[in-house]
Design a protein around this ligand. Structure first.
Ligand code: TGC
Ligand code: FAD
Length: 407
C-alpha cells in the first residue's frame, strides 16, 4: 500500500459538524435482525460517524483517496466479512455483510467501493477459486488491510459484454505472458495485487493474481471524475507481464467465474445504496422541519410531505428486499436475477431520493454542507458499474422470458 495520502484529518474535519444519523425503520425490520446484526451495525455506524462523515466532503472535494482508511477498514472487519476466520475473514452471514455495506455507504459510496471490491471481488475469488497456498498468502493480509486489491474485468472496448475481452495470456512453459488493458478499475492506483481476467489460447477466461512490481504492469490513475471522488480509479496495463503459473486461480474458469464474484458485490451494493438513500432522506426530513418559508416549516407543505412519504416508502421496500435476499444468500438459494432485481431497484430509488432530497434543501442542497449532491454524483457511477441499470433489466427479461436480448 502506498502511503502518499494528502489527508490531514485535523484540517479536513468540518467545523461544528455533528453526525446524529439514525436509520428510519418504518416496518420494524430491526425485529427481524439478531442482536449480533444490531451490534455490528451500531459499531460500523459509530466508526463511520468518527472516521468518515467529518472528512468525506473534504476528500471528495479534493478528489483524494484516504489511504489510511484501508488499515482502518481492516481493523473493523469491513474486508471479507463472510470469508472464514481461518483466513482472517469475519465468518459472518450475508445480512451482516449487507449491514456493513449499508453503514459504510451511508458515509460514502466510494468508501463502500473500496470495501466491497476488496471483499467481494478480490478476497472472494481467491477464497472460492484459489489454491490453498494462494488463500494463505493473500487472504489474511487483504482482510487486515495490510494489502489492497483490485478487480480487472472491464476493458476499453468491452464493458457490458466482458465475454468479448481481448486481454490474453500465452503459456510459456514455466509462466504465462499477459498482455492487454483494463479500465475503470476501482482501487487500481493503490492496489498491491489485481485479480485479472484474461483469455488463454483456447479463448477460455482465466483468473490471475498480478502483483504490483511485476515488470510490464502499470496502473495509471483515471482523472477528471465527478463521481466517487474519494475512491481511486485507474487502468491496468499489461505489456508482456510474466505471471508465475502458481498465480492462476485453479478453481473455476469461464465467464461464470468473474460473474460469480459480481453476484456477491452486486448484493453488497443493493444494501449499500440504502445507506446513501437514508442519509439523504434524514437530511431532508430534518431540514424540512427547520426551514421556514411563508411563515411555517416547509415540512408543513403537502408537496414536501409527498416527497418525504415517497422516500420513506421506497426505503422501506428496499430494506425488505435486502432482508429477504440476505436470508436467501445464507441458504445458498439466491439467484443471479434476484440479485439483479435488488441492485437495479435499490440504486434507482437511492438516486431518485438523492435528487428529491436535494430539492427539499433548495439552494443549500447544492453545497457540501449537506450530503445529497455527493451521494447523487456517486450514485451515477453505482447505477453504471457492476452491470448498468439496463443490463440488469435485460438479465430480468432473460429470466422472465427465457430469451436473451443482450446481443
Ligand atoms: P452468458 O452467456 O449469459 O453467461 C456466460 C456464462 O456465465 C454464467 N453466468 C453467471 N455465473 C454466475 N453469476 C452470474 N451472475 C452469471 N451470469 C451468467 C452463465 O451461466 C454462463 O456460464 P456457462 O458455464 O454456460 O458458460 O454471458 P453473456 O456474454 O451473454 O453476458 C451476459 C451479461 C450481459 C449478463 C453479463 O456479461 C453481464 O453481467 N454484464 C455486465 C458486466 C458487469 O457487470 N461488469 C462489472 C465489472 S466489475 C465492476 O463494475 C466493479 S465496480 C466495483 C466498485 O467500485 O464497487
Ligand atoms: P457500455 O457497455 O459501453 O454501455 C454504454 C451504454 O450502452 C449503457 O447505457 C448500457 O446500458 C448500454 N448497453 C450496452 N449493451 C447494451 C445492450 N445489449 N442492450 C441495451 N443497452 C446496452 N470494472 C471493473 O472491472 N472493475 C472495477 O473495479 C470497476 N470499477 C468502476 C468504477 C467506476 C467509477 C466506474 C464508472 C466503472 C467501474 N467499472 C469497473 C466498469 C463498469 O463495470 C462499466 O463501466 C460497466 O460495466 C459498463 O461498461 P461501459 O462503461 O463500457 O459501458
Amino acid at each position: 500500500m502506498s502511503t502518499d495520502t494528502l489527508t490531514q484529518n485535523g484540517q479536513a474535519a468540518k467545523r461544528n459538524f455533528v453526525d446524529d444519523f439514525e436509520s428510519p425503520d418504518f416496518y420494524q425490520i430491526d425485529d427481524l435482525l439478531t442482536e449480533e446484526h444490531k451490534l455490528i451495525r451500531s459499531s460500523i455506524r459509530d466508526f463511520v460517524k468518527k472516521e468518515i462523515t467529518p472528512f468525506i466532503e473534504y476528500w471528495a472535494e479534493n478528489n483524494q483517496f484516504p489511504t489510511e482508511m484501508v488499515r482502518k477498514f481492516g481493523e473493523i472487519g469491513a474486508f471479507g466479512p463472510t470469508v472464514s476466520e481461518e483466513y482472517g475473514g469475519g465468518g459472518l452471514d450475508y445480512t451482516s455483510y449487507g449491514l456493513i455495506m449499508q453503514e459504510i455507504e451511508r458515509g460514502d459510496s466510494g468508501m463502500r467501493s473500496t470495501a466491497s471490491v476488496q471483499g467481494s471481488l478480490v478476497m472472494y475469488p481467491i477464497y472460492a477459486y484459489g489454491s490453498e497456498e494462494q488463500k494463505q498468502k493473500y487472504l489474511p493480509k487483504l482482510a487486515s488491510g495490510e494489502m489492497l486489491g483490485c478487480f480487472g474485468l472491464t476493458e476499453p472496448n468491452h464493458g457490458s459484454n466482458p465475454g468479448g475481452m481481448e486481454t490474453n495470456i500465452k503459456d510459456m512453459g514455466d509462466h504465462y505472458l499477459l498482455n492487454g488493458a483494463k479500465m475503470w478499475i476501482s482501487n487500481a492506483p493503490h492496489a498491491d495485487i489485481a485479480v485479472v481476467w484474461a483469455k488463454d489460447e483456447n479463448k477460455r477466461i482465466k483468473g490471475l493474481i498480478v502483483e504490483r512490481g511485476m515488470d510490464g504492469f502499470s496502473t495509471p490513475t483515471t482523472h477528471g471524475k465527478w463521481s466517487l471522488r474519494a475512491s481511486a480509479t485507474g487502468e491496468l496495463v499489461f505489456s508482456d507481464v510474466k505471471v508465475p503459473k502458481e498465480n492462476m486461480l485453479p478453481g473455476k474458469d469461464g465467464l461464470g467465474a468473474p460473474l460469480g464474484c459480481l453476484d456477491k458485490a452486486r448484493y453488497g451494493i443493493a444494501w449499500g445504496v440504502i445507506g446513501a438513500a437514508m442519509d439523504c432522506y434524514e437530511s431532508a426530513r430534518k431540514y424540512a422541519l427547520e426551514r421556514q418559508q411563508f411563515g411555517k416549516p416547509i415540512a408543513g407543505f403537502q408537496l414536501v410531505q409527498k416527497k418525504l412519504a415517497e422516500m420513506l416508502t421506497e426505503i422501506t421496500k428496499a430494506q425488505l428486499v435486502c432482508w429477504r435476499l440476505g436470508k436467501l444468500m445464507d441458504e445458498g438459494k439466491a439467484t443471479s436475477s434476484q440479485i439483479s432485481l435488488a441492485k437495479r431497484n435499490n440504486v434507482e430509488i437511492a438516486l431518485n431520493i438523492a435528487r428529491e432530497a436535494r430539492q427539499i434543501h433548495g439552494g443549500m442542497g447544492i453545497t457540501g454542507e449537506y450530503p445529497m449532491m455527493r451521494h447523487m454524483m456517486n450514485l451515477e457511477s453505482v447505477v453504471t458499474y457492476e452491470g448498468t441499470h439496463d443490463i440488469h433489466l435485460l438479465i430480468l427479461g432473460h429470466e422472465i422470458t427465457g430469451i436473451p436480448a443482450f446481443g
